[in-house]
Design a protein around this ligand. Sequence first.
Ligand SMILES: Cc1cc2nc3c(=O)[nH]c(=O)nc-3n(C[C@H](O)[C@H](O)[C@H](O)COP(=O)(O)O)c2cc1C
Length: 287
Amino acid sequence: MESGNLRKAKLRLLEDPALKGLVLRSGRNEILFDLDQDGNADVCVSDESGNGDIDTISIDLTGDGEFNLYLHDADGNGIPDSVLYADDASDQMEVLAIGSEVEQRLKDVAAHLIGLLSSDDFDSSEVTFSLNELAEYLKKDLAELIAEVQAIVNPSGIERIYRFLNDAGVYYLATVEGDQPRVRAFGTALLYDGRLYIQTGKVKSVSRQIAANPKVEICAFKDGAWMRLAGILENDDSIEVKQAMLDKNPSLKSMYSADDDNTQVLYFKEGSATFCSFTSEPEVVDF
Ligand SMILES: Cc1cc2nc3c(=O)[nH]c(=O)nc-3n(C[C@H](O)[C@H](O)[C@H](O)COP(=O)(O)O)c2cc1C
């Protein structure tokens, strides 16, 4: 039976002519909103547990009419306890490991929605105002929020390359020495100020080879996919970046320190990465 705050929310939305237009469809366990009036649902509030209370908010991140972000409030306190992302490519749901700032904003959006739609002391003038405000809030803040979440979920350019290297853990770095290719295992990767850094020791042959010819190539493999990154490295003697690199890789601290003569960090001045797998077309990312 339909009861609880989902029903109240529906009545409120459907009673108000100004707001009716935002509701695309209202079913037994859900209300679908079309905020940009393109005929597709952008946001859905629903009662997944079937107890009459709104416990889930689904958001269409891509604007293609498919929901891919789910905020689920299992304990009913109005704050989602899980944030799930449905990956269209792999058809998998994953729990987003999102940054605390974005997470807080997701919670704010969800708390705002749940709060407005389930408030008990219903006053139609106030609710009209509140729901209009909600519509504005969703259109404006949600758009920003979606952009932030998309950047995390679907990073572009250098972020994507960094994430691949970082998640792979180990990659192979090729340099040239005269007419002889040299390749070795590497593991360091840091994204600092929008630049992708690797670390080595100035005493190593690899460092001397890069100084003579900064053109390098990297290959990394992860979960059936691989990435080849060809680019030009540039030395950076900034103590801050070296320290950030060592902080990210504490095991290096027994061999290196940010102010020694040996520690070297280098970033990709330019490059081109190709993401490949046996099942999809190669994707090239230039930076
Ligand atoms: C898993 C793994 C990760 C490594 N990561 C790095 C690294 O990030 N930086 C580095 O200088 N050496 C790293 N090494 C060590 C180098 O592979 C090794 O020092 C190599 O000999 C350097 O190349 P070179 O002899 O041409 O100078 C790593 C080794 C392994 C096995």
